[in-house]
Write a protein that binds this ligand. Structure first.
Ligand code: ZN
Length: 182
């Protein structure tokens, strides 16, 4: 079973869950598939899914407010936010590609820097859990500051201990995006 089956895919990009709109489709799909396989537990699956879907729909509605922004561009370290950008009317510019460890060339960084200056972008998003050297380099050369965004690709032990989960992390992401998408 592939949870992302109902999602309209962006070629080669696995980061479907980063958009609450797609997470809603995936949770519903998983519940439906489980109910098909274990019909005796159907009401449990539906009850659990519907409680979680209520929370996801509330989150989705909050992200929908980003659609009214005038400034819709954001720069990220790794290309993990294409579904989020597509679903909420934003434009992601990624420093590295889908693989966060790939290194951009000096000329690619120079191009990004001039794009940032042209667009008046003063922030670069980076991820807490991975190396931030490239985002730091770009931010420094463009006179921009760094903000955290999290692609929810796995929680650190500290995050688990703090009770973080998909919903809390996506709330943090929303707060962070609201600093530049407005
Ligand atoms: Zn990724």
């Amino acid at each position: 079973m592939e949870a992302s089956t109902p999602v309209t895919k962006i070629a080669g990009d696995p980061h479907t869950w980063v958009s609450p709109k797609e997470a809603i489709l995936e949770v519903q799909y998983i519940a439906d598939q489980l109910s098909n396989v274990f019909p005796q537990y159907k009401s449990d699956f539906e009850k659990n899914a519907s409680a979680y879907l209520t929370k996801l729909k509330k989150l989705d509605a909050e992200f929908d407010t980003l659609k009214d922004a005038k400034q819709k561009v954001f720069i990220t370290q790794h290309e993990a936010f294409s579904y989020l950008a597509r679903d909420y009317g934003m434009k992601q510019i990624a420093i590295t590609g889908l693989d966060p460890e790939s290194e951009p060339s000096a000329s690619a960084l120079a191009t990004l820097k001039s794009e940032m200056e042209k667009a008046g972008l003063k922030h670069v998003y980076f991820e807490d859990n991975s190396t931030s050297a490239i985002a730091e380099t770009l931010a420094k050369s463009a006179g921009a500051s760094l903000l955290v965004i999290n692609p929810v690709e796995g929680l650190s032990d500290a995050q688990k201990k703090a009770g973080d989960n998909y919903l809390t992390i996506m709330q943090e992401n929303l707060k962070s995006l609201q600093k530049t998408i407005k």
